[in-house]
Design a protein around this ligand. Structure first.
Ligand code: DAK
Length: 260
């Protein structure tokens, strides 16, 4: 795939794993429109690239992202906000098929936390702080914070986080089920890469349809969710990788998955 020049992110490919690094350290990776556009574009490109099987989104040690860019939003009106393309960017992330792991260190606030929660797994350094401080600047979360955080933390704790604006620690986030794992500060990116590499060894279609069915559990009542799961399950019986996986088990050898 042709290289693309980005201004606010860095990208790297490590075998089947693509890494997208937010790169506005001087603004604690505040999510400007231009940065979000690049993140979305990069993720979509990797999502379409057959050689990539999992993606990692990360920031730097001090900040995953300290939220949307307040300086950019300060003078925007309601209609301009509504007509803007920003919401579309978040919708595009929601539609990505491959698994995305957020590797989080330091501040993970506001839109930054919403970006992490839009990913499928979150690996955090002990230093990570997850919060929705929008209340302090006269707004509320606008990219899923009131919904996704509440699903993870439950009503009472989500109310506390969103109404006080006070962040929670990585350990609290893990205990509440918001994140996948907490690791020592120096290990968060390696752990996220290792998790991505492990998932990348699995049959890609099964990984994608599992992700799809898990995400549907947030939208559908249980009966419909079970039907949805079953259809994804049946669909995999049309895949070469399913034949290969089962044949390899029976023949006591390692499977070779092709994503077909
Ligand atoms: N926006 C712009 N600049 C930011 C920023 C932000 N969110 N966060 C930090 N910065 C900048 C600071 O202004 C400072 O820049 P200079 O003054 O050096 O030029 C630099 O980053 C370093 O920050 P501090 O000097 O403040 O560093 P401290 O260690 O003292 O404090 C902090 C770190 C994270 C506690 C503090 O920076 C802070 O409170 N930051 C703001 C956190 C926040 O309120 N985040 C929520 C933003 S609202 C939407 C979807 C979602 C959203 C909006 C729309 N649509 C779908 C349309 C999301 C909204 C939000 O996230």
């Amino acid at each position: 795939m042709a290289a693309v020049a980005y201004e606010h992110i860095l990208t790297e490919i490590d075998g089947p794993v693509a890494i997208v690094r937010l790169n506005r350290p001087q603004a604690l990776n505040a999510l400007s429109g231009a940065l979000m556009d690049e993140v979305t574009t990069a993720l979509e490109r990797f999502d379409r690239d057959d050689a990539i099987r999992a993606m990692v989104v990360t920031g730097n040690e001090r900040a995953f992202a300290a939220g949307a860019d307040i300086k950019e939003m300060a003078n925007v009106g309601a209609i301009e906000m509504q007509q803007g393309t920003k919401l579309g960017q978040w919708e595009r992330i929601r539609k990505l098929r491959k698994p995305i792991i957020a590797a989080v260190s330091g501040f993970c606030l506001g839109g930054g936390n919403e970006l992490a929660m839009s990913c499928d797994l979150i690996v955090a350094a002990e230093s990570a702080r997850f919060g929705q401080p929008e209340i302090n600047i006269g707004i509320i979360p606008g990219a899923g914070g009131t919904q996704r955080l509440t699903h993870a933390l439950g009503k009472a704790r989500a109310m506390e986080v969103i109404l006080t604006g006070r962040p929670i620690t990585a350990r609290e986030a893990w205990e509440a089920g918001l994140i996948t794992k907490v690791v020592p500060n120096e290990a968060y990116l390696d752990e996220a890469r290792a998790l991505a590499a492990e998932i990348a060894t699995k049959p890609p279609l099964a990984v994608q349809l599992a992700k799809d069915a898990i995400l549907k559990s947030f939208d559908l009542p249980i009966e419909q969710g079970l039907d949805y799961e079953r259809k994804n399950f049946y669909l995999l019986f049309a895949s070469d990788d399913m034949r290969e996986g089962m044949a390899a088990f029976i023949e006591k050898r390692k499977p070779t998955f092709k994503g077909k």
